[in-house]
Design a protein around this ligand. Structure first.
Ligand code: C2E
Ligand code: CA
Ligand code: CA
Ligand code: CA
Length: 281
């Protein structure tokens, strides 16, 4: 028994060692990846659920690692956040996505505009030069503020209320929109949501996934939509995968949605081919 115990201890130790090593190499690789142009921005279309028109896109970063291949954001965003690398990474995503949208507007929008929604993390909101960086990127790319939406999670709102309100007011004065991501999963900010200048609520995928009638999630979605209407916010459902889910969402009068039922996140060239080229005609 003693030998066995010893062995399992060693096994555990080895596994932990591998995990730590894995993390460490990911950290080092992340830092190199930006210069070596291993990141790519993918775009997931967002649709109006009633007239089926394209409403905008969410930018989602992808990492094409030279030896490991494709690595999902779920594997590297948390490491990037812990190491602070998320700040330069998100700035890169912001620049690239704004540039892409500006170029699509020139090529395909016929004088109207597209909306691009970009994810921000806690550290992005805390950096002192966020507004300056956003201004520089809009000036450089020629994108108008009203084409840009920034997504932040509920818990970020309430971390530092007065400072966050101040920041959001500055963004709003540039006509930049704010979406609350994963709404309903974080700390309940219901009590003071009206204090923040936000524009959209994004219903978390976990609710959409279980939306069948009379489920707890159905009532949560119903409540979020009512709240949105009450506060004058648009509501976007995430992770719409089936026509049944779409029907429930339409019945609850959810205005916008994104999900595999409509489209996965796609590379820019694929977005052009499938959604933009036909707008030209
Ligand atoms: P999120 O912001 O909640 O993004 C939605 C996630 O759901 C994306 O995962 C998207 O690909 C996925 N998704 C979309 N439709 C469906 C569907 O119908 N079914 C299912 N099962 N999934 C769907 P992704 O791209 O893997 O990103 C994961 C998370 O990583 C994002 O969650 C976001 O929190 C973070 N992330 C991604 N890109 C960035 C970025 O550029 N900056 C920051 N700070 N975070 C990012
Ligand atoms: Ca998001
Ligand atoms: Ca989300
Ligand atoms: Ca999320």
């Amino acid at each position: 028994a003693k030998a066995q115990q010893n062995n399992s201890y060693k096994f555990f130790d080895a596994a932990m060692h591998t995990q730590a090593l894995n993390r460490l190499t990911l950290e080092t690789d992340l830092r190199k990846a930006l210069n070596q142009q291993e990141f790519v921005v993918y775009y997931q279309p967002i649709f109006d659920l009633f007239n089926h028109r394209l409403f905008g896109f969410e930018a989602l970063v992808r990492w094409q690692h030279p030896t490991r291949g494709f690595i999902s954001p779920d594997e590297f965003i948390s490491i990037a956040e812990e190491t602070g690398f998320i700040v330069p990474l998100d700035n890169w995503v912001l620049y690239n996505a704004c540039q892409q949208i500006a170029s699509w507007e020139n090529q395909f929008a016929n004088g109207s505009s597209f909306k691009i929604s970009i994810n921000l993390s806690a550290q992005d909101l805390r950096k002192v030069n966020l507004i300056q960086d956003v201004d520089d990127i809009l000036a450089d790319t020629g994108l108008a503020g009203h084409s840009l939406t920034l997504e932040i999670t509920e818990s970020l709102l309430i971390e530092n209320i007065d400072q966050t309100i101040d920041l959001l007011v500055q963004l709003a004065s540039r006509n930049i929109q704010i979406s609350i991501d994963d709404f309903g999963t974080g700390y309940s900010s219901l009590g003071y949501l009206h204090r923040f200048p936000v524009n959209n609520l994004k219903i978390d995928r976990s609710f959409v996934d279980q939306i069948q009638s009379e489920s707890r999630e159905y009532h949560v979605v119903d409540t979020i939509i009512a709240l949105g209407q009450h506060l004058g916010l648009s509501v976007i459902a995430e992770g719409v995968e089936t026509t049944q889910q779409l029907e429930w969402l339409q019945q609850l009068r959810c205005e916008f949605g994104q999900g595999y039922l409509f489209s996965k996140p796609l590379a820019a060239a694929e977005i052009e081919r499938r959604y933009l080229a036909r707008l030209e005609e």
